[in-house]
Design a protein. Structure first.
Length: 161
């Protein structure tokens, strides 16, 4: 089941987020965050009317998705940038697809026109997932980030809604 996240889901969301930080290059951060940091992030999304959703399997939060502003400035109001993360034990079972489908639907309902995924260039799963939903590469930005001493290339993929 895909549903809106609640404050009580923050512990599970934080655990998934920290695992993705420590085991992948999908998030360009190195240090774990605590639940209070994710709660501030969650409240900020809610305040601006952006969705935070979770995949709930029998009461267990196994993934989440979110979108928010792409860049500062009202000229970007019709464009959102989203993220999808699934707990490692639950990947490859269609959960990422369900979260992404729901985010696309919500972005349409909010009358946004463009969705952007910012993906590490080595993340073939995420690039494949987004391509399957019609996202196309619109930028490839060499060495814009660094993690554990290694420069990383960022790929932007966008979907015209
Ligand atoms: C990327 C991620 C969200 C995908 O979620 P998931 O639940 O594992 O993916 P699903 O099972 O729903 O979807 C799999 C789809 O992705 C694509 N895909 C998966 N692995 C792929 C690969 N190696 N190459 C190409 N496409 C791939 C396919 O379209 C596949 O659909 P199919 O099985 O019908 O062919 C998940 O692996 C994850 O959280 N990874 C770590 C964090 C991360 O990378 N987040 C995204 C940041 S941009």
């Amino acid at each position: 089941m895909i549903r809106d996240a609640k404050a009580s889901d923050i512990a599970a969301i934080t655990a998934i987020y920290n695992d993705v930080i420590s085991t992948t290059n999908a998030i360009y951060r190195e240090d774990a965050v605590d639940e209070s940091e994710r709660l501030v992030w969650f409240e900020d999304k809610k305040k601006h009317g952006y969705p935070v959703i979770v995949a709930d399997v029998d009461g267990l939060v196994v993934g989440y998705g979110v979108f928010g502003s792409f860049r500062f400035g009202e000229g970007y109001n019709h464009t959102v940038e989203h993220s999808v993360h699934v707990a490692s034990d639950f990947r490859g079972q269609g959960i990422g697809k369900k979260i992404l489908e729901d985010l696309i639907e919500r972005a349409r309902l909010q009358n946004h026109l463009v969705m952007i995924a910012a993906i590490d260039s080595t993340n073939t799963q995420s690039i494949g997932l987004h391509a399957a939903y019609g996202f196309v590469e619109s930028a490839r930005m060499p060495r814009v980030a660094k993690k554990h001493g290694n420069f990383l290339d960022l790929v932007l993929m966008q979907l015209m809604l």
